[in-house]
Design a protein around this ligand. Structure first.
Ligand SMILES: [Zn+2]
Length: 344
């Protein structure tokens, strides 16, 4: 099995944050780890995760240890959200509205009151370049599926949640958070990059300006030096020296430009700094899916905070999606996001 790309980038982020040096490719991460980190992860100091080496999969012990390292210092706050009213009917209309099945048939066959848990992960980003820029981003996820829940981070305060005191947290929270944390970190990275758009643009502008100035400077210098060759009082040796200097100019300019590229290179660090976890009463909708001769039953969640059905998670790439394509594979129905649906 291939390692999921979001897990590889999550691993690379954890390595980076704890002093390792990580390089991520399409299907693997190569890293040099400081001894302490290697010990806590039970990995060698020089390690390759992914393709052709240690696979990084959901539920794998390596991933568990990565999550543990990534979250152990984060303050966790536990709470519950009680809503006065849970939607009773009309769920059929939400299929095709909140979640679109692009093929096959999907039919609501039942409903049940249920309780589930959501997490709002708060991450700090720091972008380093010629200047420094930092800020916070928040991402809401469903803890069980890892689906990203839009606007959860802004909606929850309206519901005035009750908070549990430490030691009195009920045991109903999800234990396996790998997917939720990995997906939330991935989303946080996208949000941080959005917030950094102006910063990235401004560094790009400055780089282009400085490169242009450098080129102009060397062009002018070259002209000046070439003109000086025609002076009558130059000895043959001086002439040769100047010609050699002129020939060195393109190399010197290339090195200066390379230095500028280093100066304006942007490195973004992202780390989780707090998590809010909520138990929420929801409605579970039972949906029967039919594709040719295959059938399958799935559960969807009607979320009283967002007042809509939660999105699904692609069963191939784990991307959150509201547009679901059913595919028959090994006599069962697989639910895919639009981009995986286009691939074979
Ligand atoms: Zn997918």
């Amino acid at each position: 099995m291939d390692s999921a790309p979001e897990l590889l980038s999550f691993a690379a982020q954890v390595f980076d944050k704890y002093g390792g040096i990580a390089e991520q490719d399409d299907n693997h991460v190569m890293a040099l780890l400081p001894p302490g980190l290697a010990r806590s992860l039970n990995l060698p100091e020089e390690v390759q995760l992914g393709d052709g080496a240690v696979p990084l999969l959901y539920g794998s012990p390596v991933l568990d240890r990565l999550i543990q390292v990534a979250t152990e210092e984060i303050p966790l706050i536990f709470g519950r959200i009680e809503v006065p009213y849970l939607k009773k009917g009309g769920f059929d209309q939400l299929i095709g509205q909140d979640i679109v099945f692009t093929n096959g048939q999907a039919r609501v066959t039942g409903r049940a009151d249920a309780r589930t848990s959501y997490m709002v992960l708060i991450c700090r980003y720091v972008a380093l370049s010629d200047e420094r820029k930092e800020g916070l981003v928040e991402v809401g996820t469903h803890e069980g599926t890892g689906a990203i829940i839009e606007d959860l981070e802004t909606l929850w305060p309206e519901f005035r949640p009750g908070f549990y005191v430490p030691g009195k947290v009920p045991p109903h929270f999800s234990i396996h958070l790998e997917r939720a944390v990995a997906n939330a970190m991935q989303k946080a990275r996208v949000l941080a990059e959005e917030k950094l758009t102006d910063f990235i643009k401004s560094m790009g502008r400055r780089l282009r300006r400085d490169v242009k100035n450098t080129r102009e400077y060397y062009q002018a210098l070259r002209k000046e030096m070439e003109a000086s060759l025609s002076h009558h009082n130059l000895s043959e040796a001086q002439r040769h020296e100047r010609i050699a200097k002129i020939e060195d100019l393109p190399g010197e300019m290339a090195r200066k430009i390379e230095d500028l590229q280093q100066k304006y290179k942007i490195q973004v660090r992202l780390r989780p700094c707090a998590a809010l976890r909520f138990l929420v009463n929801v409605v579970q909708i039972i949906v029967g899916i039919r594709l040719r001769k295959q059938t399958r039953t799935i559960h969807l969640t009607w979320n009283p905070i967002s007042r809509r059905l939660d999105p699904l998670v692609c069963e191939r790439c784990c991307e959150t999606t509201r547009s679901v394509h059913a595919r028959e594979e090994d006599s069962r129905i697989l639910l895919l996001c639009p981009s995986c649906a286009q691939k074979q």
